[in-house]
Design a protein around this ligand. Sequence first.
Ligand code: SAH
Length: 402
Amino acid sequence: MTLPTLLLRPGEADRVLAGHPWIYKGSALRLTAPAADGALVQVKDHRQRLLGVGFYNSRSKIAVRLLAPERVEVNEAFFEERLRAALAHRQRHLPHATSFRVVNAEGDFLSGLVVDKYENALVIQTSALGMDQRKGMILAALQRLLAPTLVAERNELASRKFEGLPDANGLLAGSGDGAVAARLNGLQFATNVLTGQKTGLYLDQQTNYARVAAFVPLLPGAQVLDCFSYLGGFALHAAHAGAAHVHGVDQSAEAVAAAGANAAANGLAERCSFEAANVFDWLKAHTAAPAHEKVLPRFDLIILDPPSFTRTRASVPDALRGYKEIHLRALKLLKAGGILATFCCSHHVDAATFQDVILAAAFDARRVLRRIATFSQSPDHPILPSVPETEYLKGYAFEWAR
Ligand code: SAH
């Protein structure tokens, strides 16, 4: 059976050949035969050279999401093979992890599909129509490979609207209320795959939890502040590594309660406290000093892991002001020789811009910083440099050197 062909305009083929799987509507010249939304089509350049096959959607700005550079049949066996390759990557780079992202969309050559694993439970997200239509096949392949006891879908994604898809949230297999307990680096995190943030946890920080916790033994008697603590990811790792005390701050009262329960479940309750507050307000209140008095630095390790302050390029300047403010105040609370570990998950703020903001804050706080680490997303969120959208999480650790 020959597939309908989408022909590209001249000059549009190179980024596809370099590995980018998105064919924008504006790059298309024409379809040679009618194609249903969600159907498999082939894409050729204006010289009729085959560039690959992928899912078509007339309603999306992304007309085709390529799946393979050659003609393939997209069936259960196809998904099984892609899943096996994704699992092999995790096995190689996160060999001890039992909870991790199994598939991260473009980074695993499956644009529009995310699969997270929390021990024996799986959560899937389908952000593209063609993928959503094949949820049954994907589920069957996942069941064969991983034999999950529970599979949930968390499809309340803004991007689904652009594909003409409604929200959906619920169990696809198994039963229960969605409560799961995931193990990360030997610590237990209870969360809920139906109601938690993202799909339950911020799995992209898994390797960074361990790396940041490794600073704790360098800071004897460490007092730690975890800002935007959610379920206590950084906080519990720091306490487990021997911190004298860790204080977590998050605006979600539910997250704060859950973080406290997680601390208790890991036997770390005595050295952890969590507080529901807006971090901006909290930092302001704790850096307010009477005139002519200095703010007393109190923390040996401060972690800043805010949500993305910007979803669009247009609001980047506002976001940068927000990043600068929290860094300025955090630096005032950091003891000499202390360590600041800070993250930015906005795709629109690149690593260099992020560092510039931190340096501007350090300048205002009259601190000279020494950079001791750079961070990225965990390897279960693979980065393809030819697909810039796959890279979003960056971070640094700085010491107050002078
Ligand atoms: N560090 C966490 C992830 C943080 S995600 C982890 O590793 O799991 C961002 C968190 O910031 C969310 O839990 C959200 O509830 C919280 N948040 C968002 N805006 C906030 C604000 N202004 N003040 C405090 N918390 C905020």
